[in-house]
Design a binder for this molecule. Sequence first.
Ligand code: NAD
Ligand code: ZN
Length: 347
Amino acid sequence: MKALVYHGPGEKKWESKPDPGIEQPEDAIVRIDTTTICGTDLHILKGDVPTVEAGRSLGHEAVGTVVQTGSAVRDVKEGDRVLVSCISSCGRCAHCKRGLYSQCLNGGGWILGHLVDGTQAEHVRIPFADNGLYKVPEGLSDEQVLFLSDILPTGFEIGVINGALKPGDTAAVVGAGPVGLAAIMTSQLYGPGRVIAIDQDTSRLERARQFGADMTIDNSSEDAVEKVMEVTGGLGADVVIEAVGIPETFELCTELVAPGGHVANVGVHGTPATLHLETLWIKSITITTGLVDTTSTPTLLELVSEGRLDPTPFATHRFGLDEIMDAYDVFSDAANTNALKVVLSAT
Ligand code: NAD
Ligand code: ZN
């Protein structure tokens, strides 16, 4: 089969490699019908994720068809059309039993396209298939469910749910990339009073409005703290979601939050950020962090199925799976191409 293989920082190739086979009784082999590229894949290619070894096929998002199952797989079978979760989990360990699938103690967590070969390939081996695959509800297209592999549950669980958003709240989302936009989209499920998107890219801010933001702030030219205080009567935002992953945006979030409010960090940070406890201790705020567990995937599938959530506007560019090298060029040049998510389909 063909796969997009990482060969060390800056090096990738769409090339032939052996078809994956069943290695463990709980494995399934899935034929990829549709996959996509994530910002994390770009981080890997920059060399920022040293745990990814040369020779690894990338990708942790896909919709596909089960072609083979191991002897212990019960819930999915050959021919099932499935959504691949970005998180693999045994379902049995102490963490999995509490729904902390991302922290699975038996070799699960974020492993696809990281520690084992991923979904940017013609076939993929899915460990713990019964937990990591979700049958696609009848009548839904690949594009309707593809973004439920990662960005929708991430924005929802680590942003909106960890942020404890309530009806009427003011939510501020810092960073309007795919993950921030997913938080903006799923925040609508909780009836917020006002959603404010903050970014430095005007095309991303335009998208934020399409995805449900009521107000946008370009913090390259506007003072975000001043603006948020102005519209909240000096209180600040009840829920602030960090979806960038750099010290300055985390610190901005702690300035935007209202007393008693929540800062939900979603961004992946590579360097330390300063926590200003000297001003924050008195404000009764809660700060949360998290790696997505994908426990919300069944709920999100239900909402898509019932027509209450439509993730299709994330798809801005479409390619054949074998055009993945071009798709990487478009996705990694989002400032010029305005790409949000690229959809790669097997023909
Ligand atoms: P992205 O890079 O596509 O988007 C980031 C956005 O932030 C861009 O629109 C950019 O213009 C904006 N931005 C950059 N600097 C800014 C600044 N100083 N002020 C305001 N906006 C700024 O990233 P993404 O794919 O949307 O992911 C967002 C973050 O979420 C990343 O750090 C990613 O690694 C992380 N992530 C976390 C999890 C998790 O489980 N916690 C899962 C997936 C992704
Ligand atoms: Zn586990």
